[in-house]
Write a protein that binds this ligand. Structure first.
Ligand code: THU
Length: 144
């Protein structure tokens, strides 16, 4: 079941991944922008890595939630991913609108994921969830 290349992930797994991103968002360190983002990355083996945005007084050093999750996974020996859920909104507010990933995070996803298969779940706390393949978010991505 689930986790194999090319296999769709089920509704319950998607719901769980969004719930993990909502939890991850609670760890956002966003004292400069006041915008809190959480991400949850699902590996092909079924593990989930959480990430939050981590800001810095030197603004350009900020790390987005998606990249935090991907770097955490890669740092722990994982490189095969099925999907990522992202939830973002002003800190202290409920996430009612979807939060699409920035261009840098899309490129980092493309480094490790198959754009034809990697699923990006743009979740909210209201139950809405937009699903996109990475190829839809980043067509003609750069690669070597
Ligand atoms: N942010 C993310 O974490 N992910 C994105 O894809 C877009 C932006 C963060 C970076 C910064 O801490 C805050 O949101 C406002 O830009």
């Amino acid at each position: 079941m689930g986790g194999e290349d090319g296999e769709m992930i089920g509704k319950e797994k998607k719901r769980k991944l969004v719930a993990e991103a909502i939890e991850a968002r609670k760890n956002s360190y966003c004292k400069y922008s006041g915008f809190a983002v959480g991400a949850a990355l699902l590996t092909k083996g079924g593990n989930i890595y959480r990430g939050a945005n981590v800001e810095n007084a030197s603004y350009g050093l900020t790390n987005c939630a998606e990249r935090s999750a991907i770097f955490a996974a890669v740092s722990n020996g994982e490189k095969d991913f099925q999907a990522i859920a992202i939830v973002g909104a002003p800190a202290g507010e409920k996430a009612t609108e979807i939060c699409p990933p920035c261009g840098s995070c899309r490129q980092v996803m493309a480094e490790f994921a198959d754009p034809e298969k990697f699923l990006v779940l743009l979740g909210t706390e209201g139950g809405e969830c937009k699903e996109l393949l990475l190829k839809e978010l980043l067509p003609y991505s750069f690669g070597l």
